[in-house]
Every structure is written in structure tokens, then in C-alpha cells.
Design a protein around this ligand. Sequence first.
Ligand SMILES: Nc1ncnc2c1ncn2[C@@H]1O[C@H](COP(=O)(O)OP(=O)(O)OP(=O)(O)O)[C@@H](O)[C@H]1O
Length: 664
Amino acid sequence: MTAEQTSDTPPPAPPAEEYRFQQGKLAALEGRPTSPWVMARRLPQLVRKGLALGWRVDRRAVALLLSCQALSAVLEATGLVATGSTLTSLVAPGDIRDRIAQALPSIALIAAAVGLRAVLGIVISDVSSRLSPRISREAELEMLHAAAHAELTAYDHPGFNDQWDHADRGADVAKDLITESQMLMSCLASIIAAAGVVAVLHPVLLPLLVLAVLPQALARMKGAHLQWESGRAVSAERRTLGHLRWYIADRQIADQLRSGTMFGFLLGRYREIGARVDDVTDRAIHRGSRWAMAGSVAGGAASAVMWGALVLLLASGRMTLASAGTAVFALQTVGNNLYGIVGYGTRIFRTGLYVDDWADFIAEAGGHRLDRGSIVPDPPKAVRAERLGYTYPDADGPALADVTLEVRAGEIVALVGENGSGKTTLSRLLTGLYLPTEGTVTWDARDVRELDAYAMWRHTAVVPQVFAHWPLSAEENVTLGQPRGGTAALLRAAERSGAGEVVDGLRSGWGTLLAREWFGGVELSGGQWQRIAIARAFYRPGVLVLDEPTSALDARAEHRIFAGLREVAEGRPVVLVTHRLANVAVADRIVVLGHGRIVQEGTFEELSVAPGLFRELLELQNDRSVPGQRRPEDATGREGPPEATAGPGATARETPPEGARGQE
Ligand SMILES: Nc1ncnc2c1ncn2[C@@H]1O[C@H](COP(=O)(O)OP(=O)(O)OP(=O)(O)O)[C@@H](O)[C@H]1O
């Protein structure tokens, strides 16, 4: 036990709200089959689906599979018929040598059929093994395509991530659909062959055999459905476990996990959630076992009836010994294959449910497929928001309301305001990453809804607050794999952003892999990464959005960005989001947001003198006095007024929380 766990302090009371994925309403779940009968009816549909998947990947392989299957069934029937005639020859009266000689051709036929079926089995297994991984990869690619063509807002909808998870599982097991379909067809072909022989021997045997297998078939299907249901019920919990694993083991926060001695606490959460998952799964397994038990008892009784009937037929002389012997072989073949059908049918049904999830996802990207116009825009000369409003899914109120503003090419508009006032949301709307829930956003007077989304994003360059560290070369990290404008454009962007200095120090210059050491790459510092991210945006044409672009930069690097911004803004609309109010002096216009609305608008000179939120924030940022601390020259004990001595560029200073101030 670690020192962390031996602490005498009692475990903390459970919080009012727990980190938990919300399970969205899964429309696909409704109307899903629940009864074994409906499940059985779905099997042909699923086999078709499996074959269709395979067909898309490799037609020749599927055709070969089906042909081998059919041939194998014919050989099975031939073998059974030959078994019948072998037995008839062997039990006939006469000299044993004559009887053996008479049976020899059919024995040879049985041997040939068995041998050929073995060869066909190897071919079938070879073809389906090659086909399976390709099917999964194809399914995965379709899923990734669907995800990349979902609206960004999809990720804010509870349920979307769940649907992605289910689809992912579906893509993973899609390969099994073809193998299971093929096994199912193989069993079916054998049954048809053997059932024909049984039916000829005596018509009563076949229905009795079906009756013997049916109870177990129903029980197994019920079990499969219960298992699938429980899997869905705990899927959100499983994802939470996955996230917790990330928090416990990821390198990015490994230092904080240690310095905050968080390990024991998070592990406790992990155990609690794991126990909840086990609870649901155990219940499903117990229910499934009860069904299996009932199915076995009923099936055993029905089998006894069938074998009793065979003995009666033999005893009453309605069946010869040879026919009875053939019947035993044929019944065993039918019986085994019926169990095979039940087994593979159950598996294919379960696989089918997951594959349905996958199919639902790729059809509609979890209900959030990009569904916009097809107009391919030019780089915009003016981006305009008109009475714009935006409410996040399931949010209590709007994040933005009644916002009207325009940013023209060559103009820098700064968005400022307190945390949560809607700056990032607005910048995402202006670049069409979100679609408005109220009002419109237009690019050169065209509603962004009418534009082809990916075509418009080719004219957007964004430095978000949290930017990607792509595990690619330095050059690809700037060009994003879409070189345009040649080396000159790359070097220009690098020069203006300060990324050039970073690249100059790298072991292979622009070709250096920027990834962690254990990927064979070079890891950059936070500020160095930010310079690369800025170069990325400077390199791309179109609307430029800089959301806190210099938060990790040193003073020299920051100065370079803002000093060069006017040049970068030439011919393109620029939106600058920042809390460092000294930096917004570079903007042509400043838009101040408060609770999702525009509360002030003007130039730096206008707003810094006009009473209002901007001046208040500016003064707070420039205030370097410490509340409650006496200044040496202030012998009267009077709390010093805020000093406005710090010039523009002074770093924002955190003020202590209200409660802490009260205790001073
Ligand atoms: N993905 C989201 N889902 C739901 N609500 C969100 C989401 N992102 C932001 N919000 C809410 O929308 C409001 C505006 O957020 P936004 O990120 O636009 O603010 P901001 O002004 O950029 O804040 P900051 O200065 O802290 O970056 C906030 O109240 C926030 O809680």
C-alpha cells in the first residue's frame, strides 16, 4: 500500500456531480429486434449484408467462396448417399467378400468426397482469412470518412461519441460477418444435403429433429440479445473508464498526477465504475445462463423423443437396419449442423447488431452529417454576422445573442471580453465551424449554409487556444500536407511567426519529425509549438482567426507577431481574440463581448477612455498594486489605489478570490 493510500483522512464524500458520459438517446436502438423470432428472420438479411460488404472489397473472392460452399454441400450429400448404399451392400445376405466388393465403389466415393471437401475447406478458410481484414479496414475507412463529414457541433451532443464507439465496434467486427455468414451457409448446405437423405428414409424424423434443436436455438438467441443489451447499457461507463485510464497513464499530465498525489483517488474512481460495469454484465450473464439451462432441458427431452422414434421405427419393421444406420449418420449430420446454425446464427446476429450501429453511423454521421450547399467560395472579402445567436446543444441559455458585426479584408477586428463571454464561439461561427442557431453568417453576402463546407475551410486559417501537435515533419506541420506557394511562402510564414528560428535549431531542419522521442522525433517546448501553429495559420490564405495566439510566447516573439500582423492582414479579414488588451491596439476595431452580447465597439483610443467594460478591464490589467498591502509611503494605513503605472503589455495578474480577500 502506498503512503498515499494509508492516509488517515476518511474518503471524501461523493460529489454532487460525477464525471460521466451522458448516454444520448439512441434512435437506432428503438425498433431493434427483441424477440428470437425476429432475430431469426434477420439472419438472411445479415448474410446478404456480409456478402455485400465482401463484394465491395473483393468480388472474385466472394464468388470463389460461394462456389466452394455449394460444391462442398453437393459432396456432403453425395457422401451420405454413398454411406447409405455402402451399408445396404454390407448388411445384404451373401458372401462377405462379394458384399465388400459390391460396397467398394461407394466407399471410394465417400473417400473422394471427404478428401475433396477437406481441400475445399482449406480454400474457403484461405479466402475468408484474406478477405476479413480488408473488410474491417474498408469499414473503418467509411467510418472515418463519416466522422470527418459530421458537423463540429456533433461533438457537443451527448450520444454522438457513444454512437462513434458503437460504430467503431461494428467496424471491428464487420470482418466476422463474412466468416460467420460463410459458416452459416456451410451448415445450411450440409443440412439441406443431409435433410434430403433423412426425409427419404422416413418423413417423421426430420420434424422431430428440428423440434429437438429449437429450444436451444431460442435460448442462445435470447442470451446473445441480453449480452448485446448489457454491452450498450454500460458503454458510457466503459468510455469513462477509458478516459480515466488516460488521466492515470498519459505523459502529458504524468507530472501533475504525481505532484498532486492523485493516483489513489483516481484509481478509487476507476474501481467504483468498474464495479458498476461488472454488476450490469453479471446480471446479463446470469439471465443468459438461466435461458440456456431451460433450453438445454427442453432440448434434451425433445432429443430423447426423436431417438425413441427411430428405435420404434426399427423395432416395428418400418425401417431396415441399413436405413436406420444411414439415418443415424444423416441425423447426426443434420443435428450438428443445426447446432452450427444456431451457434453461428447467434453470433452473426450479435455481429449484425454492431454492424447495424456502424451502418447507422456512416449513413448519417450519427445524425450530424454536413448538410450544406455546394457553392465553392473564393477567399472572402467580407465576413458578416447578422443578428447572430448560438446555443450549445442541451445548454440552458445562448452563448451568443444578437451579434451583428462585419470584418472586411485587410481589417483586424479584436474580440475581447471576460471568460465565457462568447469570443471563441463567435470566431467559430464566423469561420463556419458552427452554424448559427439564430441569425446568419455570410461570406461576401452568401449564407455560409449555402457554401461547400470543406471548400470554405480551404480559405480559413485558425490558431485555436488548444492547437494540434501533429506527429509530422516541421514542414508538414506548417503546410498541413497541402503545399501551396512553394518554399518562399513557407519561409515567409516561418519568418513572420518566429517558427524559422525554431526550425533552424532542429537536427534535420524542415524535415525533422516533430513527435515525442519514443516516436523517433524531436519534442518542442510549448512556445516553440505555438510559433509553429502561428506559422501554419500565416501560411494558409483566407480568413485568419487568432485565438490567444501568443499565450506561450516570450516577449520578443510576441512583439514580432503583433508588429507584423498588419502585413499579414493584407487582403484578408483577421479576427484576433485576446485577453492581453495592450495587444489589441493593433486592431482597427475592438468588439467587446459581455455574456454573449456586444456591449462596446470602437477603436483602442476610443474604448480606453470611454467608461465601460473595456476601460475597466484595461485598468485592472495595468493595476500592479497588491490589494490589502500597504505601500511603504502610505503610512496612514489607507489601502493603495490601483496604480496605472504599468504600460501596455503588462501581464494580466490574477486577483485573489473574493473569499480570500475577505480574510485579509
Ligand atoms: N462545447 C461547449 N458546449 C457547451 N457550452 C459551451 C461549449 N463551449 C463553450 N460553451 C459555453 O459557451 C459560453 C461561451 O464560451 P466561449 O468559449 O465562446 O467563451 P470565451 O469568451 O472564448 O471564453 P474564454 O475567454 O475563457 O476563452 C460559455 O458560457 C461556455 O460555458
